[in-house]
Write a protein that binds this ligand. Structure first.
Ligand code: HXC
Length: 258
């Protein structure tokens, strides 16, 4: 499918999706989100891909949902069309790991999209915020829920109630991003991390992701039980045999993804 709002490429075993509406700071129009969901579908179905990187431009990861597109909508439009449709959440339902590489603005829906990824690598130019309150609405793609889980109630509440934007250093301090790197190195670093993940056992990586995500959905006891079941399952893989044999033989593991 030809895309108009994103660029999609494959580098080795990594799928790279670049949001590409530069004139609108990658505002997340309905067309863009539809294409993004299709690109994630395609990488999920592609056996050659072990990890996905989602990025934007130097100036903006994404400055939010497309305000001009939303402006004229009324309650019945958004209710009946289920605006923030399921395709908005496609990144969050990916089973393969998705890394957000964020430079510049990640605001509103842009911040929410980054938080749907498994972790966020930030350039030192990154700015995160949920400014919806300043345009008369509230976050609608998980911002009030995911941001609170990332940074805790006090900071999430301040950001959501005031629209205050935080810089990369503050985002790292409060746990919103895993690491901050110089802007010039962001994509290389994200691709390197993604290639590393893609070189590991695909099923075991997926189990690890599923298990970490479970911690947000359940009690500690249930989560630990879930983790133990998946931990046991790794012993049914050839990759666990290979990984442990390689360690004992002092060589690199050669995972077969089964
Ligand atoms: C549509 C947008 C946009 C957006 C920027 N643009 N953000 N268009 N939707 N969210 C457009 C501008 O209209 C402008 O187009 C061009 O991009 C460049 O933006 P400028 O404002 O001229 O750039 P600058 O002065 O550098 O300011 C950058 C900015 C500002 C601080 C990021 O653009 C801004 O405040 N944007 C809106 C941020 C926001 O409120 N996001 C939350 C949206 S609500 P023209 O044609 O004039 O050149 C949301 C709800 C989520 O996300 C709910 C669930 C999805």
């Amino acid at each position: 499918m030809p895309y108009e709002n994103i660029l999609v490429e494959t580098r080795g075993h990594v799928g790279l999706i670049t949001l590409n509406r530069p004139k609108a700071l990658n505002a997340l129009s309905d067309a863009l989100v539809t294409e993004l969901a299709a690109a994630v579908d395609a990488f999920e179905a592609d056996d050659g891909i072990g990890c996905i990187v989602l990025t934007g431009s130097e100036r903006a990861f994404a400055a939010g949902a497309d305000i001009k597109e939303m402006a004229g909508r009324n309650y019945m439009d958004v209710y009946l069309s289920d605006f923030i449709t399921r395709k908005w959440g496609r990144v969050a339902t990916a089973r393969k790991p998705v890394i957000a590489a964020v430079a510049g603005y990640a605001l509103g829906g842009g911040c929410e999209l980054a938080m749907m990824c498994d972790f966020i690598l930030a350039a030192d130019t990154a700015k995160f915020g949920q400014p919806e309150i300043t345009i008369g609405t509230i976050p609608g793609a998980g911002g009030t829920q995911r941001l609170t889980r990332f940074v805790g109630k006090s900071k999430a509440m301040e950001m959501v109630l005031t629209g205050r934007t935080i810089d990369a250093a503050e985002a790292e301090r409060c746990g919103l991003v895993s690491r901050v790197v110089p802007a010039a190195d962001l994509l290389d670093e994200a691709m390197k991390v993604a290639a590393r993940i893609a070189s590991l056992s695909r099923p075991v990586v997926m189990m690890a992701k599923e298990s970490v995500n479970r911690s947000y959905e359940t009690t500690l006891e249930e989560g630990i039980r879930f983790e133990r079941r998946l931990f046991h399952s790794t012993f049914a893989t050839e990759d666990q045999k290979e990984g442990m044999a390689a360690f004992a033989e002092k060589r690199e593991a050669n995972f077969k993804n089964r």
